[in-house]
Write a protein that binds this ligand. Sequence first.
Ligand code: F6P
Length: 320
Amino acid sequence: MRKIAIATTGGDAPGMNAAIRAITRLAEGADIKVIGVHRGYCGLIEEDFEELNPRSVSGIVNMGGTILRTVRCPEMETEEGIEKASDSLKKNGIDGIIVIGGDGSFRGAMALYKASGIPVVGVPATIDNDINGTDSTIGFDTAVNTALTAIDKIRDTATSHERVFVVEVMGRRRGFLALSVGLAAGAEVILVPEVAFTIDEVEQALEEGRKKGKHSSIIVMAEGAGDSRLLTERIAKDLNYEARLSVLGYMQRGGSPTAISRILANRFGEAAINTISREKGAKMVGIEGNTIVSRPLSYAFERPKPLDLSLYTLSKNLAV
Ligand code: F6P
């Protein structure tokens, strides 16, 4: 019987529990014992463990968050912390670890592999969908739909009051969430870190809309694209429009995962068990189109994941 660990690390994402459930249940069929690590890499360093079995993960497939909990662990960015985590795996006879998380989690997994030589598999789970090597991540579809429901509600009051709303969505460095939800919501303007803009250009787009008879507008802005409060204030001041700001914030990280996020979590969990059963080294799983792939973990860092700018162009063409 082999023994593997599962850890959820970094920002949580809806669907992480579905992935924990899938990995735990499929491990039993592969004659693998599963250790759940509480609180991400900090829990690994502190040997904060829980044995998991198919009954441990009953009733969680529909739950947001992570039953293992997660923290952002600064100690895991130090040589000493990485060594402690490596020693923890070896001391407890753990011969593989599956890390469920985002970009930072994958960097920690690579460091852990280099220090320990113990196989690691990264399972992409972040609402940002900013991991190179996979078209989508666990939690992204849920966050898009959560933000979309909020923006549809905001559009009701924007229309009633003939207001401009700036809606800030999550996405610390990248605009995947903003672009997808902006397109789905029919936003008049979408602002992402990947495309430079000026406030004058935004105001010009709003003015052109007014001239075409638009009485209200929605601007979807990734938090990493700039200062949403400043933009709102400038629009109000320069154009004499009624402008309001709505920052969606952490609701985008919670909620019951959508079917798409759950199915992706199940498929990633299956691929993770297959990969850690058959291969050594540092690996990640991902999806390309509808095909699940397993590839070197280094793929996640080789280049920034490209944003599909054709969607950005489409959103501008639809906002006439
Ligand atoms: O990485 C996912 C994410 O939700 C980002 O979109 C957001 O900026 C960040 O995490 C917030 O980090 P924290 O939960 O540590 O405040």
